[in-house]
Design a binder for this molecule. Structure first.
Ligand code: ADE
Ligand code: ZN
Length: 328
């Protein structure tokens, strides 16, 4: 079996960011919205750099405006993930894009997404769980509304809370109220840090927000003391190498610090972030890591075990997914 065929666990996937460009174009066509400016002539998303990526992302969200849109999107995402051998996935869902932070609307969106996830689980055998994310550049007040939505719907399916968005805006600590609210509701915590922010953003995330996972976190490599701290605390990094390369953090996979972090004892997992934006898939991530670092099936098995241990699902789900990993 080649490494690309292995069963996979994915912990870091933005729901809207996983929308295939053809899916967004189809919705734009149905709704008579002109989104031609966000696509290249070859049909892929057109952006230059991180800030522009976020703008194009939010423009694509303009046509994702109803629970039914999200039901269709969820099915499209899970078909693609299952085709890539993903058996368990966690997706980032933002109440900001699902009803604007209104709790009643959020419940409707969530019901539609869960319906689609149930259907995909029955048909394709892939398990999905939701992590509610606030968007950093929408500010701490809007983050509170997201946290309230998360807290009100916390349970077996919404299992975590996190934050994405522009790391250049504010500090992690500005969002402490939202993270405390989510923690009190029993949700597990992650946040984007150390992607565009330096090592201090990772330190702040761990110390001030008390997160147990970090989205990206790769720039921790610039500070050896922090690398030790992450290893000691057992923080799991949701590493998305292909995303980091396309957004210009590193020139190529071979220059990416994932192998150095792993060798230093930091727990690393592998994800795609926003796969169609970054021209990647879980298969491609495995293939590129295999080529860059010589990682073999046993390395990926260990990475999947780390990811499953850090997954925010309940123990019964974890045990069921573990059996699926072991079968292959
Ligand atoms: N939202 C979607 N993708 C993101 C990324 N890579 N970093 C921060 N926020 C995001
Ligand atoms: Zn992300």
């Amino acid at each position: 079996m080649t490494v690309t065929e292995l069963p996979k666990i994915e912990l870091h996937l933005h729901h809207e960011g996983a929308a295939p460009p053809a899916f967004i174009r189809q919705l734009a066509h149905e709704k008579r919205v002109d989104l031609s400016g966000i696509f290249k002539p070859d049909g892929s998303y057109d952006f230059r750099g991180f800030a522009h990526f976020l703008e194009v992302y939010e423009a694509a969200c303009e046509v994702l405006k109803s629970p039914e849109d999200f039901r269709r999107l969820t099915l499209a995402i899970l078909e693609e993930s299952a085709a890539n051998g993903v058996v368990y996935s966690e997706t980032f869902l933002s109440p900001d894009f699902c009803g604007g932070g209104d709790l009643h609307a959020w419940r409707d969106y969530l019901n539609a997404i869960q319906d689609a996830a149930d259907e995909a689980e029955r048909k394709l055998g892939i398990t999905l769980r939701g992590v509610v994310t606030c968007v950093r550049h929408f500010g701490p007040e809007q983050a509170k509304a997201s946290a309230r939505c998360a807290a009100e719907t916390a349970g077996d399916w919404i299992t975590g809370f996190g934050m994405g968005g522009n790391e250049g805006v504010g500090r992690q600590g500005d969002f402490a109220w939202a993270f405390d609210c989510a923690r009190e509701a029993g949700l597990r915590l992650t946040t984007h840090a150390g992607e565009f922010g330096g090592p201090d953003s990772v330190r702040e995330a761990v110390r001030e927000l008390g997160v147990e996972r970090i989205g990206h976190g790769v720039r921790a490599i610039e500070d050896p003391d922090l690398v030790h701290e992450l290893a000691d605390r057992g923080v799991t990094l949701e590493v998305c190498p292909g995303s980091n390369v396309v957004l210009g953090l590193y020139d190529d996979f071979a220059s990416h610090p994932i192998a150095k972090l792993r060798d230093a004892g930091v727990k690393v997992s592998v994800s795609t972030d926003d796969p169609p934006f970054f021209h990647t898939t879980m298969r491609r991530e495995y293939e590129m890591l295999h080529k860059a670092f010589g990682w073999q099936a046993e390395d990926f098995a260990a990475i999947n075990e780390t990811a499953l241990s850090a997954a925010f699902c309940d123990e019964e789900t974890r045990a069921r997914v573990k059996k699926r990993l072991e079968k292959t």
